[in-house]
Design a binder for this molecule. Structure first.
Ligand SMILES: C[S@@+](CC[C@H](N)C(=O)[O-])C[C@H]1O[C@@H](n2cnc3c(N)ncnc32)[C@H](O)[C@@H]1O
Length: 256
């Protein structure tokens, strides 16, 4: 595989930190309750996936699946998921969970910017902090549309624009805009070295539409009323109560 520099950097970072995701991954594999993001906002409240009874039988691809708990949730609803991830160590954990929970579906080691699967082979594409932040949107969004059948749905979760504009290297976001708007397109971090993508809204809408998607929903995520401080150091509960810390996009590939 001849991978771009950002993909190699991100893969190396996920290889070195994969051990940190085993315990949280198991917690998500253990439950049937679908939640979103760092505040574990229930899907019953978010309703980004639509009618869960309609998921049964759908072909679902998860782009940047990590420990693959989201794919496992889809499998429990009767879908046929396929997990794509660039990091072998993450897929090893996912395979161990498949054995532990006796729930099996294909896992493919590949970049979500170049997926070795045929055109129009899925009804649903999902990315929860996977391709949605670690891949170049000008590469992974065309891949998502290629993989989807006409009328297929893409749902992805990423950080919020405000969160990215206020993000600092070693500590939580504050109330100051520390980055200029255009720089969040591509953000380089040091510890460990990673490249993160947060295309601003206007550009992203244009990109999605140019790739045949219509926007159905954009959920700006606030913590539920009973939320407690999360285990990540980049956003505090106090901050997230005032401003959206995450966003969930639901878009549909035009039928014709
Ligand atoms: C935060 S995890 C997302 C999985 C899961 N939803 C979670 O939150 O744990 C990010 C995943 O994206 C994967 N990733 C990073 N760059 C990727 C790429 N170019 N193609 C596919 N997966 C990628 C990483 O290996 C990692 O497993």
């Amino acid at each position: 595989m001849n991978l771009p520099e950002h993909v190699v950097k991100n893969r190396d970072a996920w290889t070195s930190t994969s051990g940190d995701w085993v315990a949280p991954g198991r917690k998500s594999w253990e439950t049937d309750v679908i939640t979103w993001g760092i505040w574990e906002l229930p899907e019953s409240e978010v309703q980004a996936l639509g009618d869960l009874a309609q998921i049964k039988g759908l072909d679902v691809v998860e782009l940047g699946c990590g420990t693959a708990y989201f794919s496992a949730w889809m499998a429990k609803l009767g879908a046929n998921p396929v997990g794509i991830d660039i990091t072998a160590a993450q897929l090893e954990t996912a395979r161990a969970f498949q054995a532990e929970f006796d729930l099996h579906f294909p896992l493919i080691e590949a970049s979500a910017e170049e997926v070795p699967l045929p055109d129009a082979s899925f009804d649903f594409a999902i990315s929860e902090y996977g391709a949605s932040i670690w891949c170049d949107p000008t590469k992974w969004i065309p891949e998502a549309t290629r993989l989807l059948r006409p009328g297929g749905v893409l749902v992805f979760l990423r950080n919020s624009t405000l969160g990215s504009l206020t993000a600092i290297a070693d500590g939580p976001s504050g109330s100051e805009l520390v980055r200029d708007y255009h720089s969040i397109d591509r953000m380089e971090w040091d510890n460990p070295p990673t490249v993160e993508f947060q295309m601003p809204h206007g550009k992203l809408i244009r990109l999605l539409r140019a790739n045949g998607f219509e926007i159905e929903d954009l959920v700006e995520v606030f913590p539920p009323a009973d939320a407690v401080e999360n285990r990540y150091d980049y956003i505090t509960l106090e901050w997230a109560k005032k401003w959206p810390s995450e966003e969930i996009w639901r878009v549909r590939k035009r039928a014709g």
